[in-house]
Design a protein around this ligand. Structure first.
Ligand SMILES: [Zn+2]
Length: 84
């Protein structure tokens, strides 16, 4: 279950490259980026599976992710919160 077919590829939270799902769980999926190799989990249990494919993303979204990643990975003092 988890993210379903639309979540087979998800933008990497670090470099905005395509991260392929390596494991599909009950509530969260595990991804591995094919560009930078970073691995992460996405928990789909809050909002449910995405209604449209998570990949590809627009240039704008790519920019947004890279900007956010630059902040998050520079100083890790604050926990990462969900976007509201
Ligand atoms: Zn990456």
């Amino acid at each position: 279950m988890a993210g379903g077919v639309n979540a087979a590829i998800f933008p990497c939270l670090r470099c905005a490259g395509p991260a392929h799902r390596t494991y599909e769980g009950q509530e969260d999926d595990h991804y591995r980026c094919s560009e930078c190799g970073s691995e992460f989990n996405i928990d789909w249990s809050y909002d449910g599976p995405p209604q449209s494919p998570c990949w590809p993303i627009s240039e704008e979204e790519t920019e947004k992710i890279r900007k956010m990643a630059a902040q998050v990975f520079r100083r890790r003092s604050k926990p990462i919160k969900g976007i509201e």
